[in-house]
Structure formats: C-alpha cells, structure tokens
Design a protein around this ligand. Structure first.
Ligand code: GRF
Length: 201
C-alpha cells in the first residue's frame, strides 16, 4: 500500500503518520508528500524523514483544475493507493475526488482529519469554533473526503473534553495530541478495508 500526503502547513499530523509507518502501526509505504505552499513546514518534515516530496504551488497554475491535474499525474506516476490530507487547506474539486473514487469501497481513497465533529461544524478553525460555542466537549474526526467541505463518511472520531480555563492554545495542544493518535489508527483501519477488498477480487 502506497500513501501520498497532501499538506499545506506545519505538518505535525504528517510527522505522526510517518512515525506510525516507521513503527509498523500503519502498514504502508509513505511514498510521496505534496505541498501546495512553498513555506509549508510539511516539506521539511518529509525531507527529514527521507520521504520524496514535491511542491506543486497552486500559484503556478491558472486554475484549480490545472493544479489538481498536476497533482493527479504525480499520484498516478507514484502508484498511490491512498491519499491523506494532513492539514491540506484547499477544498478538492469533483475531479480529484472522482480520480480517487474506489467503487468497491463506495468512497474516495482520500482521508482527512478535522478538528471538530464534522456533523456539527465544517470548515477552518474548529478549535476556535468550539471555544466560541462554549462547549464542554468537542471532538476530532477522520473522514473520507467527498465533494463537500468536511461532509464525507466518518471513519473514526475521538471526544476532546474542554475545561473552563481552556484557551485556544491549550485546547489546540490537547486536540493535536489526540489527532496524532487518531489519524494513524483510522488510516490503518482503512488500509485493512482496502486490503480486504483487493483480496476479495
Ligand atoms: C490540524 O488541526 C487538522 O485537524 C486540520 O489542520 C491542522 C493541521 O495541522 N485539518 P498540522 O499541519 O498537521 O500540524
């Protein structure tokens, strides 16, 4: 199983997943990291882990569709089985979701992590939303990616308790630690599903 990661930011989830691949918790080869932003820390994370990495800068393309076609070519070239959005800040178009659609799974071969319960909140800044809502508990969610924003089928979710003295920083710190546990677990679960499907055909 070959994994590709799309990442736009600091890359802490990428780092956790690469380490889970090394330890054998995730039984797959991290074959490619693509970032859409030159300044993304994720590129350095990939370099430090000796994983092939590429910048496919969205600003170098006239349209989202051309940018995504360049990404799809690389995924194809590297024989990627599963794509992990590890802090990728762009909404995927129907083209890329369709390109990775797996009919036997009834889902795309793309996973995303979201810092909230996707049934309650979609979009950016999930931890800030939970603070603004004054919740006692929020969640982190791993889900398949479909054409909507954080609307795909949930693979795994973990509750994140919130405390009266929480700040954005404290909540984010605990939330990220939880994300780093949940994402490898959920990824391995999907890898096993995909392997069962392959064995059945
Ligand atoms: C995480 O909070 C993730 O849930 C969200 O974007 C953030 C990415 O952080 N989708 P990092 O780049 O993995 O550190």
């Amino acid at each position: 199983m070959k994994l590709a990661f799309l990442a736009s930011g600091r890359g802490s989830n990428l780092k956790a997943l690469l380490s889970a691949c090394r330890s054998g918790q995730v039984k797959a080869e991290p074959a490619l990291v693509i970032s859409d932003r030159p300044q993304a820390g994720a590129l350095q994370v990939a370099a430090d882990a000796d994983v092939p990495h590429l910048l496919i800068n969205s600003h170098d393309f006239q349209s989202r569709s051309e940018h995504e076609r360049a990404i799809a070519r690389e995924l194809d070239k590297h024989g990627i089985d599963l794509v992990i959005l590890a802090g990728y800040q762009r909404l995927l178009s129907p083209f890329l979701v369709g390109f990775l659609y797996e009919p036997r799974l009834g889902q795309s071969r793309i996973l995303n992590i979201h810092p909230a319960d996707t049934r309650r909140y979609q979009g950016l800044n999930g931890y800030a939303w939970a603070l603004k809502e004054g919740l006692n508990e929020t969640a982190v969610t791993v889900h398949f990616v479909d054409e909507g924003m954080d609307t795909g089928k949930i693979v795994a979710q973990a509750p994140l308790p919130m405390y009266a003295d929480d700040t954005l920083e404290s909540l984010q710190e605990r939330g990220l630690a939880l994300e780093h546990q949940l994402f490898p677990q959920a990824t391995q679960k999907v890898i096993e599903e995909l392997e069962q499907l392959c064995a059945a055909f």
